[in-house]
Design a protein around this ligand. Structure first.
Ligand SMILES: NC(=O)c1ccc[n+]([C@@H]2O[C@H](COP(=O)([O-])OP(=O)(O)OC[C@H]3O[C@@H](n4cnc5c(N)ncnc54)[C@H](OP(=O)(O)O)[C@@H]3O)[C@@H](O)[C@H]2O)c1
Length: 305
């Protein structure tokens, strides 16, 4: 049942898009898919960082087919431009919605909503919607969405998405990660109902040492080093997403995480626990409707009856 790097099947001939691939878990997902033969587009907001990541992956032993795709998930116009750019690709087999921001100072983006919800959820909602036809074209695309154990205990506060009634860095992060999971599950239900040949699968990396703690000051740096020693490296944190993207046995609606203690760490991945709230279809449908209103982008998939 558990899945590790050696289980990733050959990906030659396939194309993957990985958001937030210039560092952390996204970089390791891109590296692993590339090592297995896939063409990988690194969808990032900073060209210099993305090109550095490309050089880093290319310094490995294998021949790599990599390109930079400019994508700022905080900006719907950028999401539209990036999706337009991908139409030049012969095919897209995997979209890994990995990018994320955690606990920044209060900011607002798409739809004037709070930054974490805008980047982590709305940006990926819109990008996925615009890529669905391309993912379906070759009869078996996958959408992988990165959530977190932080979804546990979180709720969606529909009356305060813009944080005008108060902002808590941790609550808004949890809300955005719950939104990731609700979206992934609802997308799966709607794709099945529409008989569209695309699969939606969710995952989380446990707790991994990355740049995610960059807004947490000195505590973040110390916490990050401890995590790297005691819990997951960013490479280990990539396994669940790699399983979701490539395991031939993975099915729509699956949710993967690290196989270790309380899903926080582990050298392999397997089925993870999603709360009842994260699997609530009524809540997910409400979130879907609101996401269409806020982004102005509609995936045009009817709710499952
Ligand atoms: N690390 C963990 O323990 C952990 C735990 C649970 C879930 N996760 C999730 O795992 C995912 C990857 O995080 P990570 O730990 O690898 O963090 P990271 O090292 O900070 O990487 C985050 C990536 O997201 C990108 N990003 C941020 N804002 C963006 C925007 N507006 N548009 C496009 N890209 C943007 C960053 O680009 P820049 O470098 O340009 O900012 C970076 O490439 C996130 O979804 C996170 O919530 C991580």
């Amino acid at each position: 049942m558990s899945f590790a790097f050696s289980d990733i099947p050959d990906q030659t001939g396939k194309t993957a898009i990985v958001t937030g691939a210039n560092t952390g878990i996204g970089l390791e997902i891109a590296r692993a898919l590339s090592r297995k033969g896939a063409r990988v587009l690194l969808a990032c907001r900073d060209a210099d960082k993305a090109n550095e990541a490309i050089e880093d992956i290319k310094s490995g032993p294998e021949r790599a087919d990599l390109d930079y795709l400019h994508l700022d998930l905080a900006n719907v116009a950028s999401v539209r431009d990036a999706a337009e750019e991908t139409q030049k690709e012969k095919r897209i087999d995997m979209l890994v919605n990995n990018a994320g921001v955690m606990m920044p100072p209060l900011g607002r983006a798409t739809g004037d909503v709070e930054l974490q919800f805008a980047v982590n959820h709305l940006g990926h909602f819109a990008f996925t919607a615009l890529l669905l036809d391309k993912l379906a074209a070759d009869g078996g695309g996958r959408v992988v969405t990165q959530s977190s154990i932080a979804h546990k205990g979180a709720r969606i506060d529909f009356d305060n998405l813009d944080a005008r009634h108060g902002y808590s860095r941790t609550r808004f992060y949890g809300q955005s990660k719950l939104a990731n999971l609700l979206f992934a599950m609802e997308l799966d239900r709607r794709l099945r109902a529409a008989d569209k040949p695309v699969t939606s699968i969710a995952c989380h990396p446990g707790i991994a040492q990355t740049e995610l703690t960059r807004h947490m000051g000195i505590f973040g740096s110390v916490f990050g080093s401890v995590v790297g020693l005691a819990l997951n490296t960013s490479e280990q944190g990539a396994f669940p997403a790699l399983q979701a993207a490539t395991d031939p046995g993975a099915e729509g609606g699956d949710y993967y995480g690290p196989y270790g203690f309380r899903e926080m760490s582990g050298k392999a991945s397997g089925p993870a626990y999603a709360t009842k709230t994260a699997r609530d279809p009524l809540l997910a449908a409400r979130l879907w409707k609101r996401s269409v209103e806020l982004t102005g982008i509609d995936p045009e998939l009817a709710p499952a009856s």
